[in-house]
Ligand binder design. Structure first.
Ligand code: PMP
Length: 424
């Protein structure tokens, strides 16, 4: 029978080296917050396929909706023959995305594509080409999003320069010495040194950075950013690909920021394991691009639309936004307990259930080595974890919001055991 080792060998021979793999595991089956590998070993899943499974693996309601759609048709291409689930999902998102104004929505397939299209829309709406993005930001693996990522290695290393016209501002992160004022000053510096405001189409920001380390932007900072955008006619784009779909205790993190973005990108957990993503925002901006300028063969795939509509229903039926907040408190409480005994955990933070802890050496240097050790040891003990952060020293938790208290506590017990075992 198949083993992780034998499949790993085939993988190395057949799959491009640039596709990395965090855990040397091949999955056989998954259910809610549990996965089983090909050798029958069982794991608690705190990774959720990188923030895709807020409603868990194979949520019954999602499975049912996809099956029903599969019995009808699986593909027509929306631009050729349209279908109601696409329209209904856009209608739903127009009401769920923050912003007290008329909205329209575009559906695509991946988060990267959503960001590409947000920039296209901002360019068409403003007649400008420049983009401001942030240190530590992550927006995807296509050429334009690689320009926007605030981290070169590994994402664009060895590939030469990426498309121009992207300017880097500092993401506010007091833990690493960047105040809100410093971050705003870094934008003013761009206006002074690099590009006039009237050449900037969009400022693109994750309200809670994902890959960059789960840093939460403050309300005050977002308000200043909004004011700056209004002053200069710049489109504010909130990338909610990782923070959206209920992770932070509201359906979108921007609901907690006191101001609305002009455009919002979404993907990942919106469809509970099926590939749909998109851009939602001001109707007049969304309409800036002429017919034919937006779309894609698989964009807004009917199976994925059916899944997303079911996910939105599940959030209401199972009260998952409240659950996101209680889970977040529970997880942060456990992490704070561990941190109280362990100086290597220098920070515990989060918004709703988007929770992380950051690890440092005794010299207060980011400790990526320890993060990697915790992730590996936790896996050996039956827990799938992910690290993140500009320095790779952050442990992030993306457990399904549908996981039981017992499963979450069992996962937290493993994390506590890992820190204890790796002490000294
Ligand atoms: N934006 C953010 C904030 C993300 O976290 C990601 C994926 N990690 C992306 C964009 C890109 O999404 P995808 O991998 O679906 O292209």
């Amino acid at each position: 029978s198949k083993t992780n080792d034998s499949l790993m060998q085939r993988r190395h021979a057949a799959v491009a080296r640039g596709v990395s793999q965090i855990h040397p595991i091949f999955v056989q089956r998954a259910e809610n917050a549990t996965v089983w590998d090909v050798e029958g070993r069982q794991y608690i899943d705190f990774a959720g396929g990188i923030a895709v499974l807020n409603t868990g693996h194979r949520h019954p309601k999602v499975m049912e909706a996809v099956k029903r759609q599969m019995e009808q048709f699986t593909h027509t291409c929306f631009q050729v023959l349209a279908y109601e689930p696409y329209v209904e999902l856009c209608e739903k998102l127009n009401t769920l995305v923050p912003g007290d104004f008329a909205k329209k929505t575009l559906l695509v397939t991946t988060g990267s594509e959503a960001l590409e299209n947000a920039v296209k829309i901002a360019r068409a709406a403003t007649g400008r080409a420049g983009v401001i993005a942030f240190t530590g930001g992550y927006h995807g693996r296509t050429m334009m999003t690689l320009s926007m990522n605030g981290k070169v290695s590994p994402y664009s290393a060895g590939m030469g320069l990426m498309p121009g016209g992207v300017y880097r501002a500092q993401f506010p992160c007091p833990l690493h010495g960047v105040s809100d004022d410093d971050a705003i000053a870094s934008i003013e510096r761009i206006f002074k040194n690099d590009a006039e405001p009237r050449d900037i189409a969009a400022i693109v920001i994750e309200p809670v950075q994902g890959e960059g380390g789960f840093y939460v932007a403050s309300q005050a900072f977002m308000k200043k950013l909004r004011e700056l955008c209004d002053l200069h006619g710049i489109v504010l784009v909130a990338d909610e690909v990782q923070s959206g779909a209920g992770r932070t205790g509201t359906f979108f993190a921007m609901e907690q920021m006191g101001v609305a973005p002009d455009l919002t990108t979404f993907a990942k957990s919106i469809a509970g394991g099926f590939p749909v993503a998109g851009v939602c925002g001001r109707a007049e901006m969304m309409d800036a691009i002429a017919p034919g300028g937006l779309g894609g063969t698989y964009a807004g795939n009917p199976l994925a639309c059916a899944a997303a509509l079911a996910v939105i229903e599940v959030f209401e039926e199972e009260n998952l936004l409240a659950r996101s907040n209680t889970l977040g408190e529970m997880i942060m409480g456990r992490l704070r307990d561990i941190a109280a005994q362990d100086k290597r955990i220098g920070d515990v933070r989060g918004l709703g259930a988007m929770v992380a802890c950051e690890l440092f050496t005794s010299e207060c240097r980011p400790d990526a080595e320890l993060a990697a050790k915790v992730v590996a040891l936790a896996r050996d003990k039956g827990l799938i974890l992910l690290s993140c952060g500009q320095y790779g020293n952050v442990i992030r938790i993306l457990v399904p919001l549908t996981a039981s208290d017992m499963e979450v506590q069992a996962g937290m017990d493993i994390i506590a055991a890992c820190f204890a075992e790796l002490a000294g």
